[in-house]
Design a protein around this ligand. Structure first.
Ligand SMILES: [Zn+2]
Length: 489
């Protein structure tokens, strides 16, 4: 049944691609959006600063931004004497540091299709865990991301700063694979190794990859194989663990393997062992391993798909037709696998998975907000708020939730000197909100304006960016293969 369905999806996708290619031949690709380059001083008066470190508000502050950095913050008026400057009345508004999405994916034209959406949502920094190119050792695959970042740095392209330009997904473990892959990655800048190894990987094999990568100076992130004894390993080169389901085997009383199938995964909820999990989280804290739950693309996604909830339809207009069609096909296929009992079990599983985030937070594991954008119905930019809501449901305070998308990512990349909070001397990557997110998290969505690379983007300009993406989705053809592969990340 599944194979037959897959065949229809494949044929449908082929027809769609042909149609889009023909259509694409008659339309022109729009020019990429550029950043502003006015470099004017910005003076914000009487604004409330959200102090993400202490979880409190500093009321009525005046902020001066010069050359892309916060030059001064004072409760008293700051004397400015510039021939030209931008002034903002910050009364009843709130200033937060830019948001980070710590788990995104890109495709070939993400520079046009997705990057502006991050800026629109105040996400000025991302961790890119791989475009579909990074599934094979291919020098050319890293080229687009590196080139985009060069353009972004020069203000020639509008998009978030991406802190990991190349990520390689390692799924197989053969001696002949590991060394050439590490050598290849080692020759590229800002690369990392993403492990997605099968559940029969042993502790020794897992450790061996970590050690070899460390020798090649490559940071490792990834999924956790079920059969390894995590707390026996040296995890000094494992930078982060991705997805809540990574912990199912390690926080369960059951000994047997958890495969990524509903029938085995749902057993986690009934076999969850909090004491064991607490010691796993304490160990991760000691070893300095961060955790990116991506609840919305993991346990929450299964609940949504099994209940015919396909994201926020309002945002579908910002997604190209191929991607959207594949998302729908994926949802249709996924639904076929759920019966009524599964649906109930998935809700229990999701609630237990949320406890992992609370446990991680309570054990001071560096918690990172990430969406897994481009997975089915995970919208670039827009979906970060949904993940923040999940962390809130997990029992984190609003300031803890906000930290997971601001100072924690900055600490993860060891750049908290310049990013992650609002302070004198830090980068002027800021978001002005209409409400207080420490009281109501939804204020994160009430964006008044964005300051990126020291340039102000008004509400109107942010709306224009949305319109640009909406129009661009109609003129760019995306190959189904690239999008389809992302579902297995
Ligand atoms: Zn992913």
């Amino acid at each position: 049944m599944l194979l037959k369905a897959l065949k229809y999806v494949f044929i449908f996708s082929l027809v769609l691609i042909c149609a889009l290619l023909v259509f694409g031949a008659f339309t022109s690709i729009p020019a990429p959006l550029k950043q502003k380059s006015e470099n004017l001083p910005i003076y914000i008066s009487d604004i409330s600063i959200v102090d993400v470190l202490n979880g409190e508000i500093k009321h009525l502050r005046n902020v001066l931004i010069l050359n892309g950095e916060i030059a001064d913050i004072s409760p008293n008026p700051i004397t400015i004497n510039f021939p030209e400057s931008i002034t903002i009345n910050g009364k009843n508004k709130y200033l937060i540091p830019s948001l980070w999405d710590m788990h995104i994916h890109t495709i070939k034209r993400s520079d046009l299709l997705h990057y502006p959406l991050y800026i629109v949502n105040g996400i000025l920094n991302v961790r890119d865990l791989g475009n579909t190119c990074s599934w094979g050792v291919d020098q050319n695959c890293s080229a687009p991301n590196s080139e985009w970042q060069r353009l972004i740095e020069n203000k020639e392209l509008l998009g978030p700063k991406s802190w990991s330009k190349v990520s390689f997904h390692m799924e197989e473990l053969t001696e002949s694979d590991v060394k050439p892959t590490l050598n290849w990655l080692n020759n590229l800048n800002d690369s990392l190794l993403k492990l997605q190894l099968s559940h029969d990987t042993t502790s020794q094999q897992f450790q061996s990859v970590l050690v070899q990568a460390e020798k090649a100076a490559l940071p490792v992130v990834g999924h956790l194989p079920a059969n390894i004894n995590l707390t026996d390993l040296n995890l000094s080169n494992l930078k982060s663990i991705e997805h809540d389901r990574a912990f199912y085997a390690h926080c369960s009383e059951l000994e047997d393997v958890f495969e990524e199938r509903i029938s085995t995964m749902t057993r986690f909820a009934s076999s969850y062992n909090e004491t064991e999990c607490r010691s796993v989280m304490a160990f991760l804290h000691e070893e300095g391993v961060a955790y990116t739950p991506t609840h919305i693309a993991s346990s929450m996604q299964d609940v949504n798909l099994s209940n015919h909830l396909y994201g926020n339809a309002e945002h579908n207009k910002y997604i190209d037709h191929t991607t959207l069609t594949l998302w729908k096909a994926y949802a249709w296929l996924a639904e076929k696998g759920f019966d009524d009992k599964d649906k109930q079990d998935l809700i229990t599983l999701k609630n237990t998975s949320l406890q992992l985030s609370k446990l991680a937070q309570d054990n001071n594991v560096l918690l990172l907000a990430g969406t897994d954008a481009l997975d089915a119905f995970i919208y670039p930019g827009f979906s970060l708020y949904e993940e923040l809501q999940m962390l809130s449901k997990a029992g984190l305070s609003n300031s803890e939730v906000i930290r997971s998308a601001t100072i924690n990512p900055a600490r993860y990349f060891k750049v908290e000197e310049k990013w992650g909070s609002v302070a004198k001397g830090k980068k002027a990557d800021l978001v002005i909100l209409n409400g207080n997110p420490l009281i109501d998290l939804s204020a994160i969505q009430e964006i008044n304006s964005v300051i990126f690379n020291g340039e102000l983007y008004s509400q109107n300009e942010l709306n224009e960016m949305k319109l640009y993406v909406e129009n661009t989705t109609k003129t760019i053809s995306v190959t189904a293969k690239r999008v389809w592969e992302l579902f297995f990340n």
